[in-house]
Design a protein around this ligand. Structure first.
Ligand code: ADP
Ligand code: MG
Length: 624
C-alpha cells in the first residue's frame, strides 16, 4: 500500500515552492517604476489612479509632509526650492561636482562634512540619498500592497556608467527606505533581460536609451548564459526635456514672441510642447494655441513632418556616442544582433527609424520603453530571491575608467584597465624606494592619464610594519577587487611577513558620464604628451635613486676609498645630473645618469672588493 504524503501543519504543501515577495525598481531621473513577477509574468504596478510611472519628484511641503510624484511635480513651479526633481543627477556627488553642472538647477545647495552635496529645503538640509529614499518608500508601499505583504528583496537598476560612489549612494537610499537590495543591476542589462535576450542566441546587442534628460548607449555581449557590458557612452544632457525646449521655441517663434516670453508663458508653452510631442507618436498633427503678449490668441498646427525636422539634429547627436561604443568595444556595426529601445523618448517614430537605419536592423519596441527596465529588474529579482531555483543567471558589468595606484614620480600604474568586466580581482607587486622603508602610502586613482595629477583620486591608505630591508627588496602585493555591484576593495600585503592593510573605496565624489567622457577625451588628446611626461618622470625618479645611493656611499666610504681628484669628478657629475633633473629633457637626464655611472664605477668596484674582503676576514675569524 502506498503511503500518503501529509504536509506539516502551517507549512507549505509539499512539492510547491513558497513564492517569495520580490520586486524590480527602475529609479529613474525623470520617472521611477516598480515591477514584480505575478503568475509567471512581470508587470509594472500602478498607483490607485492607475498610473504606472511615478515622476521622480519630491516636495517638502509647508505642513511638514513629503509629497512624491505627480503631486510634487505640480508644485514645482510655485515652490521650486522645496521641490526636488532629477535628484539622480546628484547621487554620490560632491558640492563641487554639482556646481560644475551649471545654473540648471533652482535649488540651494550645501555640503555635508565630507563635501557631499545637500539640498536646503524648508524641512532642513536633505541629501540626495534621503530624497531618493522618499521615492523608493512610495514604490515599496505600492509593491507591498500589490503583493499583500512585506518585500523580501529588490533589484534596483542604475546606469551602466555609475561609479562606486553613485552605486553606494543608491544602496544607501534603499537601506534608508527599508529595502533589502539583492543586487544593483545595470539598466541596459535589465532591458535585455526583459526582452528575453538571455534566452536567445549568443552575440552582441545594443541598448539605446533616450529618457527625459539623458541619453545612454550600451553594448552587451551575451555568451554562455552570461551578459557582459562591453562598453557604454552617451550624453548626460540630452533627452526629452531638450525636445520640449526645441518645440517650445518653435511655438514661440510661430506665435511671434520676439524672445521676450515671460516665465509664466514659457512654462505654459513648455507644457504644451511636451503634450504635442507625445501626441505626435500616434497623431499626424496637433492643434496648438498660445496667448500673445498683446492678449490676442495664436492658433497653429504642428505636423509630424515639421516635428521630425525639429528633432532631427538632436537625434543625430545621439549617433556620435553610438559610433564611439562600437569603436571602444572593437565591434563592427554589422555585428550587432539586436537593438533594444529604452526610455520614453524612443516612442518618437523618427528616433526608431533613424536608430534602426544606423544599426541596419529592426529595433525591439514591443515592451513599453519606459517600463522595460523595471520589468527586467523584476525578472532578475524573481531569480535572485529564489523563486526560480533552476534558473542561474549571471550578469556582468564593466569598469568604466581604469583603476590604478600612484607610483614614484607621481606616475599611475594601472591595475584594472577600463572596460574590464566585473567582478574582477587583479594583483600586482610593488617594492620600496628607500633603504629601510617600513611604511608605504597607497594612493588609489581612477582615469586614463599617465600622471596622477591628471586623474581622479579615489582614496589613500597606508601599509605599515614592513620589515626594514634594502630598497627594492620588499615585495608588496596590491590587490584590486571589484565586486558584482561595482564596489572596489584594495588590499596591500607584504609577502614575506604577511603584514596587510586594506580599504573599501567609497569615494566622496561621484563622476557622471560626461566627466568620464571628458577624462577619456583628455587621455586621447594628451596621449603623446603623456608618454613624454611619463618618460621624463621615470628618468627623474631613476636619477634620484642613483644620486641617493651615491651620496650614501660617498658619506660612508668616500674619504677612505677615493683619491681627491676622483671625488671632484664624481661630485661634478652628480651636480650636473642634479641640475638636469630640474629641467624637462628626459634624454639629457638619461645620459647624465650614464655619465655619473661611468665616473663612479671604479669607486663602486672598490667598495665591492672592500666589503668582500671584510666578509672573508670575518669568516676567517669565525673559523678560528
Ligand atoms: P528617465 O529614464 O529619464 O526617467 P523616461 O524613460 O521615463 O525617463 O522618459 C521620459 C521622457 O519620455 C520624457 O521627456 C517624456 O516627455 C518622454 N516621452 C514619453 N512618452 C513620449 C512620446 N510618446 N513621445 C515622445 N516622448 C515621450
Ligand atoms: Mg530610464
Amino acid at each position: 500500500m502506498a503511503l500518503l504524503q501529509i504536509s506539516e501543519p502551517g507549512g507549505a504543501p509539499a512539492g510547491r515552492v513558497q513564492h517569495r515577495r520580490a520586486a524590480g525598481i527602475d529609479l529613474g531621473t525623470t520617472n521611477s517604476l516598480v515591477a514584480t513577477v505575478m503568475d509567471g509574468h512581470a508587470r509594472t504596478l500602478p498607483d490607485e489612479a492607475g498610473r504606472h510611472l511615478l515622476p521622480s519628484v519630491v516636495r517638502y511641503a509647508p505642513d511638514g509632509s513629503v509629497a512624491v510624484g505627480i503631486e510634487a511635480q505640480a508644485a514645482s513651479f510655485e515652490d521650486p526650492l522645496n521641490t526636488v526633481a532629477s535628484v539622480k543627477r546628484f547621487m554620490g556627488r560632491g558640492l563641487a561636482d554639482v556646481q560644475t553642472l551649471g545654473k540648471r538647477f533652482p535649488y540651494e545647495f550645501a555640503a555635508d562634512g565630507g563635501g557631499m552635496v545637500k539640498i536646503r529645503t524648508r524641512a532642513g538640509e536633505r541629501s540626495p540619498v534621503e530624497v531618493s529614499s522618499e521615492i523608493l518608500k512610495v514604490l515599496k508601499g505600492r509593491a507591498e500592497k500589490a503583493l499583500d505583504g512585506p518585500l523580501e528583496g529588490v533589484v534596483i537598476t542604475v546606469p551602466a556608467y555609475f561609479d562606486d560612489a553613485q552605486r553606494q549612494a543608491t544602496k544607501d537610499a534603499a537601506r534608508l527606505a527599508g529595502l533589502n537590495v539583492l543586487r544593483l543591476l545595470n539598466e541596459p542589462t535589465a532591458a535585455a533581460v526583459a526582452y528575453g535576450l538571455d534566452k536567445g542566441a549568443e552575440g552582441v546587442h545594443a541598448v539605446y536609451d533616450l529618457g527625459g534628460g539623458t541619453f545612454d548607449i550600451s553594448l552587451l555581449r551575451f555568451s554562455r548564459g552570461v551578459f557582459e557590458v562591453l562598453a557604454t557612452a552617451g550624453d548626460s544632457a540630452l533627452g526629452g526635456d531638450d525636445i520640449d525646449r526645441i518645440v517650445a521655441e518653435w511655438i514661440l517663434a510661430q506665435a511671434g514672441f520676439g524672445g521676450e516670453a515671460g516665465h509664466g508663458v514659457l512654462r505654459q508653452v513648455l507644457h504644451q510642447a511636451r503634450e504635442a510631442k507625445e501626441a505626435l507618436t500616434a497623431a499626424e498633427r496637433v492643434a496648438l494655441e498660445v496667448q500673445r503678449p498683446d492678449g490676442s490668441l495664436w492658433e497653429g498646427v504642428l505636423d509630424r513632418e515639421t516635428f521630425t525636422h525639429l528633432v532631427a539634429p538632436l537625434v543625430e547627436r545621439t549617433l556620435a556616442p553610438c559610433r564611439r561604443v562600437l569603436r571602444d568595444a572593437g565591434i563592427r556595426r554589422e555585428e550587432i544582433r539586436e537593438v533594444v529601445m529604452v526610455g520614453g523618448s524612443t516612442r518618437i517614430p523618427y528616433v526608431r527609424e533613424r536608430v534602426g537605419g544606423f544599426f541596419a536592423c529592426e529595433p525591439h519596441v514591443d515592451i513599453d520603453p519606459d517600463k522595460v527596465v523595471a520589468i527586467g529588474a523584476a525578472l532578475q529579482a524573481d531569480v535572485l530571491i529564489g523563486n526560480k531555483p533552476s534558473d542561474e543567471m549571471l550578469l556582468l558589468d564593466v569598469v568604466p575608467l581604469s583603476l590604478g595606484i600612484e607610483t614614484m614620480g607621481g606616475l599611475v600604474e594601472k591595475i584594472i584597465p577600463r572596460n574590464t568586466t566585473i567582478p574582477v580581482s587583479r594583483a600586482q607587486e610593488f617594492t620600496t624606494f628607500k633603504d629601510g622603508q617600513t611604511a608605504m602610502s597607497i594612493h588609489v586613482v581612477q582615469g586614463e592619464r599617465e600622471l596622477v595629477s591628471d586623474n581622479r583620486s579615489l582614496a589613500r591608505f597606508e601599509l605599515r610594519g614592513i620589515p626594514p630591508m634594502a630598497a627594492g627588496a620588499a615585495r608588496i602585493q596590491v590587490t584590486f577587487q571589484v565586486d558584482a555591484d561595482g564596489l572596489l576593495n584594495v588590499t596591500a600585503r607584504e609577502t614575506s611577513t604577511g603584514v596587510a592593510s586594506h580599504i573599501e573605496i567609497k569615494p566622496s565624489y561621484g563622476l557622471d558620464e560626461s566627466e568620464i567622457e571628458r577624462m577619456l577625451k583628455d587621455s586621447y588628446a594628451h596621449a603623446r604628451e603623456d608618454v613624454a611626461r611619463r618618460r621624463l618622470r621615470e628618468q627623474q625618479v631613476e636619477a634620484e635613486r642613483v644620486m641617493d645611493a651615491l651620496r650614501a656611499a660617498l658619506a660612508a666610504d668616500g674619504d677612505r676609498l677615493l683619491a681627491p681628484g676622483e671625488r671632484t669628478e664624481i661630485e661634478a657629475a652628480l651636480a650636473r645630473l642634479e641640475s638636469l633633473c630640474r629641467e624637462d629633457d628626459a634624454d639629457a637626464i638619461k645620459s647624465a645618469i650614464e655619465a655619473l655611472d661611468r665616473v663612479s664605477t671604479p669607486f663602486a668596484a672598490r667598495r665591492m672588493d672592500d666589503s668582500i674582503k671584510r666578509a672573508l676576514a670575518g669568516q676567517r675569524l669565525e673559523e678560528i
